[in-house]
Design a protein around this ligand. Structure first.
Ligand SMILES: N[C@@H](CCC(=O)N[C@@H](CS)C(=O)NCC(=O)O)C(=O)O
Length: 216
């Protein structure tokens, strides 16, 4: 069965779902929704996700699933192997908390609809808008780095990648693409570089997508 993923090369939330699908070895084809051109507001996509945001995952004959965390949790329940959450309830809560620090607290402050509102309604110029994005990303990554202080493992929690690693990789790659200096986040960088050596993570990278701008 091939799933349909509505996404965008530069979307960190889509990047999360791509990694989860790859780690679980699931077959999918991606349909680009160009957020820079505003295609998320077109009626055809609004019918898929009234929130006008990617990702949306569609299985044949089923209504669309939205929200990257909900999609990853769904994939985990239906395709449990390999697991993306640890076994014990306490460790699972810890992994979910790390993921949500980035997905729920940080990322929503920097999505296109918020950035557009800041410039079009609040009247921020580009440097002020970039300062906003950098501030919230840096604050979240600083908190994440602190959580990793006691972990020396190759991944955020335990011997294999979890949803926390997926969210960390996407947030850090987003920061790197935005061009802000992440070098102070040593543990985050170590884990991200390790994850990106894995094919499931590398293949999902924004710059590897068919709709990404080609290097000149
Ligand atoms: N919490 C949602 C966030 C979805 C979201 O905001 N996606 C962004 C791209 S990463 C988007 O499509 N934004 C469209 C817009 O802001 O207009 C998730 O994790 O799936």
């Amino acid at each position: 069965m091939t799933m349909d993923l509505y996404g965008f090369w530069r979307s960190l939330a889509t990047f999360r779902v791509r990694i989860a699908l790859n780690l679980k070895g699931l077959d999918y084809r991606e349909h680009p929704i160009d957020l820079f051109k505003g295609e998320q507001h077109e009626a055809s996509f609004r019918a898929i996700n009234p929130m006008t945001a990617v990702p949306a995952l569609v299985e044949p004959g089923q209504p669309p699933l939205t929200q990257s965390m909900a999609i990853m949790e769904y994939l985990e329940e239906v395709y449990p192997d390999p697991p993306l959450l640890p076994a014990s309830p306490r460790a699972r809560a810890h992994v979910r908390a790390m993921a949500m620090l980035l997905v729920s607290d940080a990322h929503p402050l920097t999505v296109p609809r918020v950035r557009n509102y800041l410039s079009d309604v609040v009247g921020l110029d580009e440097p002020a808008r970039m300062a906003w994005i950098t501030h919230w990303s840096r604050a979240a990554l600083g908190a994440f780095e602190q959580q990793l202080a006691t972990s020396a493992g190759p991944f955020c929690a335990g011997p294999s990648p979890t949803i926390a690693d997926i969210c960390l990789v996407t947030q850090m790659v987003g920061a790197r693409l935005t061009g802000f200096d992440t070098s102070q986040f040593h543990a985050c960088n170590r884990i991200v570089d390790h994850c990106l050596e894995l094919e499931a993570f590398a293949r999902a990278h924004p710059l590897k997508q068919q709709d990404a701008p080609r290097p000149r």
